[in-house]
Design a protein around this ligand. Structure first.
Ligand code: FES
Length: 199
């Protein structure tokens, strides 16, 4: 099943921002994942064809980043950081708590397909450990009470994310949070707009 016309148009718009099509690979994969739900070998081949690169180059990138899903995930994906800072502050207790609440093991999806639970490497917010993300949006200083609140919202089918993002974070057009840039620098330069180099 090829990408939809809207997704293809978005891909071409993304490609036009870069000097070579290959530079848009990360963002194109994000679009493809949004369309298909995960990135299997057929999707990798389609992306490679679109960017005129070898499928193995796409596979290299997909296998490196856990954010690119190799199999379909639930409607919501909860990723609990179990790296050092979070582990010291109770990440494994939180995983146990979530497993008990959801009736699944880490790495599984609830039978109704609603929630996937996984462990993740450092999520880059160690000073606010323990940390988890829901669909890549951070929840900081997590407690069982916060988890209960999140699960109740998922039960109601609410979208979770926007309010969880630290306010100082910027967002790309594809919804991917990025590190803040110093004043006057655009993290997403448009075509023909030179990137400002810090002095
Ligand atoms: S160790 Fe958990 S966010 Fe860094």
């Amino acid at each position: 099943m090829p990408l939809s016309e809207a997704a293809l148009a978005e891909c071409h718009e993304l490609i036009a921002r870069y000097p070579t099509a290959k530079c848009a690979l990360l963002q194109i994969l994000w679009v493809a994942q949004r369309e298909y739900g995960s990135i299997n070998q057929d999707v990798m081949r389609e992306v490679a064809e679109l960017l005129r690169i070898r499928p193995v180059e796409v596979a290299d990138v997909v296998s490196f980043y856990f954010m690119y899903r190799k199999q379909p995930m639930g409607t919501y994906t909860i990723s609990v950081c179990d790296t050092l800072s979070c582990a010291l502050l109770g990440a494994f207790n939180l995983i146990d708590y979530l497993e008990g609440k959801l009736g699944i093991k880490c790495g599984q999806t609830t039978p109704d397909g609603r929630i996937s639970l996984e462990a993740a490497e450092c999520l880059g917010a160690c000073s606010d450990a323990p940390v988890l993300t829901v669909d890549f949006y951070h929840q900081l200083k997590v407690t069982p009470e916060k988890i209960d609140e999140l699960l109740a919202r998922m039960e109601r089918g609410e979208e979770i994310g926007q309010e969880m993002r630290p306010p100082e974070w910027w967002e790309t057009p594809t919804g991917w949070p990025t590190t803040p840039m110093p004043d006057g620098q655009n993290p997403n330069p448009q075509p023909n707009q030179p990137t400002q180099v810090p002095k």
